[in-house]
Design a protein around this ligand. Structure first.
Ligand SMILES: *Cc1c(COP(=O)(O)O)cnc(C)c1O
Length: 402
């Protein structure tokens, strides 16, 4: 997998589009990161915590009943849903938390939309004994009250942001403002492969453990590599985490699955690569959903974790150079895959992961018996059960069809 150039670009994407006050903070972070990445004791501490606190390595599981089609390719799940706190996000917050401690920072801040990254950050703050402040749009605080409660149990302070649309992008702006004001003492933990350099690269390196494990598990157990690797893409961290280990295997096709929402042509979508254009958001140049005048568009997805108007710059690069391919799955298709996975595999998946599952099912049919489709099951769906319950059951998957 490519490293960004000295200015933080993957091809034409990435960079550091921030106000002057943040350049010094990013430069300090980059120096601290490089120093830590070159020290094997840092990685030893990271892997020890992933083992004992997170529960890694996560299993690789054959999804024997998922497609229900003997002529289809084998489907394998990389079980990130079994991690402590229920998703891949903890891999990254463990890494950034250890880096914050190493750099002597006295406080951690984070932004969160649905609350998943806020919970993962509050978790590592509690474990390492570093106070955490989480910025969250006031509307999201109302909508995600359970996660707000969990963050508070973990000892974090949750700040409701009342500006703008009172959602994730306003919370992100507030976190940046706070960081600019006190970066001497404060470490800003970003939750995906987005933001200004070095965040997209650093977060990928902390999520790469998913792909490294999965590739070794494939070779050890099956003596082969998958034909295809499939992952959902919000900001893109679980996808890059699994792609990174397979990028140098030319015969493995990499598929990123975005949330189409109501459809790619609809205004209610969250597919930044599929329906967006190039621009600048949260400090880097990438694809984003914007109006012709350059205003960030309101997005929609059934899954809160994919409901983000931008995408990490490395995905924009992988799309342009053709190494990864990007598709989109609608709310209804994801919902059908959610029910299918629960009823046929005994796993209630996160709605985010259900987007990857929906595409994997059709791909497995296309590939046929010789194929092997590896899906990153990024998280578990306990958090989504209430929302799914409110939707009429999608007719595609009934008891009779099993
Ligand atoms: C946050 C989240 C995502 C989306 O984030 P990425 O950075 O694109 O991986 C996907 N799945 C789950 C379970 C999440 O919590």
């Amino acid at each position: 997998m490519t490293e960004p150039d000295a200015r933080g670009y993957f091809g034409a994407f990435g960079g550091r589009f921030v106000p002057e006050v943040l350049v010094a903070a990013l430069t300090e972070l980059e120096a601290g990161m490089k120093e830590a990445f070159a020290d094997s004791t840092f990685w030893d501490a990271y892997h020890a915590m992933l083992r004992d606190f997170v529960g890694r390595p996560s299993p690789l599981m054959e999804a024997t009943r998922f497609t229900g089609d003997d002529g289809a390719a084998a489907v394998l799940f990389k079980r990130e849903d079994l991690n402590h706190t229920g998703a891949h996000k903890i891999n990254n917050t463990v890494g950034q938390g250890l880096l914050a401690a190493r750099m002597g920072k006295k406080r951690i801040i984070a932004e969160t939309g649905a609350g998943q990254h806020g919970v993962a950050t509050a978790t590592i703050g509690a474990k390492l004994g570093i106070p955490v402040d989480v910025y969250m749009g006031a509307l999201d605080v109302e909508r995600q009250s359970l996660n707000v409660h969990v963050m508070r149990l973990l000892g974090a302070t949750v700040h409701a942001v009342h500006s703008g649309t009172r959602t994730l992008k306003d919370a992100t702006n507030e976190a940046f403002r706070e960081w600019a004001a006190c970066s001497d003492e404060t470490f800003y933990v970003i939750g995906s492969v987005v933001g200004a350099h070095p965040y997209p690269y650093m977060v990928r390196e902390f999520q790469k453990v998913i792909g490294v494990e999965a590739r070794a598990q494939m070779l050890e157990r099956y003596g082969r590599l998958p034909s295809d690797v499939v992952a959902c893409v919000g900001g893109g961290s679980n996808a890059l985490g699994i792609f990174a280990a397979f990028a140098a295997d030319p015969d493995v096709r990499l598929w990123g699955v975005e949330a189409a929402g109501l459809g790619l042509e609809a205004s209610d979508t969250a597919a930044s690569l599929g329906a967006g254009s190039v621009g600048i958001l949260h400090g880097s140049r990438s694809y984003l959903l914007q109006t012709p005048e350059g205003q960030v568009r309101n997005t929609h997805s059934i899954s809160a974790g994919l409901d983000y108007p931008g995408v990490g710059p490395e995905h924009a690069y992988l799309k342009e150079c053709g190494r990864a391919e990007y598709v989109a799955v609608t709310d209804d298709q994801a919902l059908a895959a959610f029910h299918r996975c629960a009823a046929r595999e005994g796993i209630v998946p996160a709605l985010e992961s259900a987007h990857a599952l929906a595409f994997a099912q059709s791909l497995a049919g296309e590939r046929g018996a010789g194929g092997c489709v590896l899906v990153n099951l990024s998280g578990r769906g306990d958090k989504d059960v209430g929302q799914v319950r409110q939707r009429p059951r999608n007719g595609m998957e009934t008891r009779a069809s099993r």
